[in-house]
Design a protein around this ligand. Structure first.
Ligand code: NI
Length: 271
């Protein structure tokens, strides 16, 4: 099998895992297809902890072997996150955005809980690309989930869902009928989906070279030690990029905007 074929298979598997958990994303995707659009992804995002066994590099290695290269990195001071984005030479393929929670900067109990989770993850899983769609490879109780959520919504999301795409992002530049984020937002709202209002419907400006919006993650039933509880799962994002003075389209991310987009999985921002 060629590398391109194997990579496409992996991306398809990621999309399948993501849409099984988040049928709304598939519905929105299909709405675009019904309009005659071919939907390309701008990026796919993953979340993890900067634990030595499970830092962002342990996820990135599985994309790097297919030719993805690290481009820029980002710091989210308030949320205590560090992130990197990866690009492939085939520009039709999505960028990969991986963030990690900086455990040394958060309350020690989070690092303690993460340590317990990590101990349940076999090294063979981390070394296999299966990890990118494995979901949660540890047991957790709802009480711990809530305690984590009080301090870090991000930590609680990873504790509940483990390793799987947090979101896919529609590349608006590749759409034919929809020219702006405003057009896309109006279309999605008319179809009855809720958008993330944190920091305004549209994050970023043409001057910043990137505009983004996203749906609010829908709640799904997650199995905890005490039984099933509803937890906000994943969201769908929409991105429009602008040209730099060189004429090339900007491919990076805006930390200030991504900071608000992260909140699409918050429990407290439900609308
Ligand atoms: Ni994103």
């Amino acid at each position: 099998m060629s590398t391109t074929h194997s990579l496409q298979k992996l991306l398809d598997k990621m999309w399948l895992d993501y849409t099984q958990l988040n049928p709304a994303a598939k519905k929105i995707h299909d709405c675009f297809v019904q309009e005659g659009e071919k939907v390309l992804n701008d990026h796919v995002a993953y979340r993890t902890f900067n634990h030595p066994k499970l830092g962002l590099q342990s996820l990135a290695q599985h994309f790097e072997k297919y030719g993805y290269e690290a481009k820029s990195d980002y710091i989210f001071k308030e949320k205590k996150l560090y992130a990197k984005h990866y690009e492939h030479s085939n520009k039709e393929l999505p960028k990969i955005f991986i963030s990690e929670l900086e455990l040394e900067k958060v309350e020690p109990f989070i690092a303690d809980e993460v340590e317990k989770m990590v101990q349940e993850v076999p090294t063979s899983l981390i070394q296999s690309e299966e990890i990118l769609t494995c979901g949660r490879p540890w047991k957790i109780n709802h009480k711990t989930y809530l305690k984590l959520a009080e301090v870090s919504e991000y930590a609680s999301w990873v504790s509940a869902f483990g390793f799987r795409p947090n979101h896919f992002t529609v590349n608006i530049n590749a759409l034919k009928k929809f020219k702006s984020v405003q057009d896309v937002n109006a279309f999605i709202q008319a179809k009855g989906f809720d958008l993330n209002q944190s920091g305004g419907l549209i994050k970023g400006t043409p001057e910043e070279l990137l505009e983004q919006s996203s749906t609010m993650a829908k709640e799904v039933q997650v199995q905890f030690s005490e039984g099933p509880y509803p937890v906000p799962a994943c969201y769908y994002e929409f991105a429009k990029r602008y040209s730099m003075p060189s004429g090339e389209i900007y491919q990076g991310f805006i930390a200030k905007s991504a900071d608000k987009i992260f909140e699409s999985t918050n429990r407290t921002k439900r609308v």
